[in-house]
Design a protein around this ligand. Structure first.
Ligand code: LLP
Length: 421
């Protein structure tokens, strides 16, 4: 459920007509709904009611500081994967003890940065990284809390580019080697083992892979405890999927996911962390774009939009499906027509949809890509020297630009000309 709905024939974000934002901000732009963001965060928080837990929002999904602050004010923790994301979480007012640091390639600089600023735990992904954290922490005279991310060799049954829990993926330490690695961790100075971490992939539409992974983690918890390690915290990652298409497929609900967590690891008395990104932000954001031209091709009509693959890469990168709807509500039973929906970037990959059936639109009409809140703005680039598009946050009747569109000068002035030119 989200708060982008037609009212009086127009698409609204909460209580604001999107056409009004478009008139003020210009297109294309991303628009987020506070009510949807907070609702989705709360769903996870409530799903773990009765268990000591912290929902650590995966910052990578949508990292605007205004979004992070909205969630931080509800008590969210944050899952970050770079020094930059850590700085964003801090800028949003999240205390270090609510930030977990994940990722396979943490540099020594990043390790020092978060040790200085405070961190809940490092989710360690390899032995060399563990050694680096130990060395930096010892040098700084502090103790780094760590979990080891285990790779349970479970098929997440999602797109290959976003599956992370199989042994061929670069993530984590094979679960079969976990006891050995925990023994090494216990022997290293500057580290304190606090738990276990697992994350098997993104956009999971079934619970079964989670069940398999969490059962393995539960078993490992008992083995590690028997080996003398203090396992008081389980970070179970993110990954719960969202419905992108108006199809019958409905991914499991956060309540069902919460129940699964309680069933598989609830008996261990551990504090539970989860790292949802997409389900919090995905349906809380849309991308609004204007039709520049309707071009008749051979046997097909192209809808040429002012948004392009550099603004929303998911269709080009993962063949992802996003609903595309007009801002003016189509009449009931309006004629549908197939369009190839494309952007202005100079490559054929800049295609959002092929033969997409939708009501007839004309140049100058506005359309919205639904479910674009997660992995949308954060994956944008300036390819073709197209400015990063603005982000707008709606809250009831109010809206605010939370990232402005840069001018051409602002973009170009980041380049510097060497003295020999
Ligand atoms: N925790 C870790 C360690 C992760 O790597 C990820 C996502 C998450 C949490 C959050 O997963 P979520 O709840 O959002 O599924 N760009 C791709 C998605 C990449 C996901 C990467 N890791 C896309 O547009 O589909």
């Amino acid at each position: 459920m989200d708060h982008f709905i037609y009212r009086d024939g127009q698409l609204y974000a909460e209580d604001v007509p999107l056409a009004e934002i478009a008139a003020q901000v210009g297109t294309p732009f991303y628009c987020y709904s506070t009510a949807t963001l907070t609702r989705h965060f709360r769903l996870f928080d409530e799903a773990l009611d009765g268990v000591d837990h912290l929902v650590c929002y995966a910052v990578k999904a949508a990292s605007n500081v205004a979004i992070l602050k909205t969630l931080a004010e509800m008590g969210a923790g944050m899952d970050v994967v770079s020094g930059g994301e850590y700085a964003r979480a801090k800028a949003a007012g999240v205390p270090g003890e609510r930030i977990v640091f994940s990722g396979v390639g943490k540099t020594r600089e990043e390790i020092a940065q978060v040790l200085a600023g405070g961190v809940r735990q490092f989710n360690v992904e390899s032995e060399p990284e563990m050694a680096a954290i130990s060395a930096v922490a010892t040098e700084m005279g502090v103790v780094a809390p760590i979990t080891v991310r285990v790779n349970p060799d479970v098929d997440a049954k999602t797109h290959a580019k976003i599956a992370t829990g199989k042994s061929e993926n670069k993530f984590g330490i094979p679960i079969t080697r976990a006891r050995e690695v925990y023994a090494e961790a216990a022997a290293l100075p500057g580290l304190k083992v606090v738990g276990i971490d697992v994350h098997i992939g993104s956009q999971l539409t079934e619970l079964e892979p989670f069940r398999l992974a969490y059962e393995k983690v539960a078993e490992l918890t008992e083995q590690l405890r028997a080996d003398g390690h203090e396992i008081s915290r389980l970070d179970l990652g993110g990954g719960l999927g969202i419905p992108y298409a108006r199809s019958n497929e409905a991914p499991p609900l956060p309540t069902e996911y919460g129940q699964l967590i309680k069933d598989t690891v609830g008996h261990l008395g551990c504090e539970i962390e989860i790292e949802p990104g997409r389900l919090v932000a995905g349906n809380a954001g849309i991308l609004v774009s204007e039709v520049i031209y309707v071009k008749s091709g051979e046997g097909r009509d192209f809808l040429i939009l002012d948004a392009a693959m550099n603004d929303l890469i998911r269709p080009a990168m993962y063949d992802a499906y996003h609903d595309i709807i007009p801002l003016v509500e189509p009449e009931a039973g309006a004629e549908q027509t197939p369009y190839d929906i494309v952007g202005p970037v100079c490559e054929s990959g800049d295609t959002f949809a092929k033969e997409r059936m939708m009501p007839k639109v004309e140049a100058g009409d506005l359309v919205a890509f639904r479910s674009a809140g997660a992995y949308g703005a954060v994956m944008a680039s300036e390819y073709n020297t197209r400015p990063l598009i603005p982000e707008v946050l709606v809250h009831g009747h109010q809206f605010a630009v939370i990232r402005a569109r840069p001018t051409f000068d602002e973009m170009i002035n980041r380049d510097t000309i060497p003295e020999w030119l």
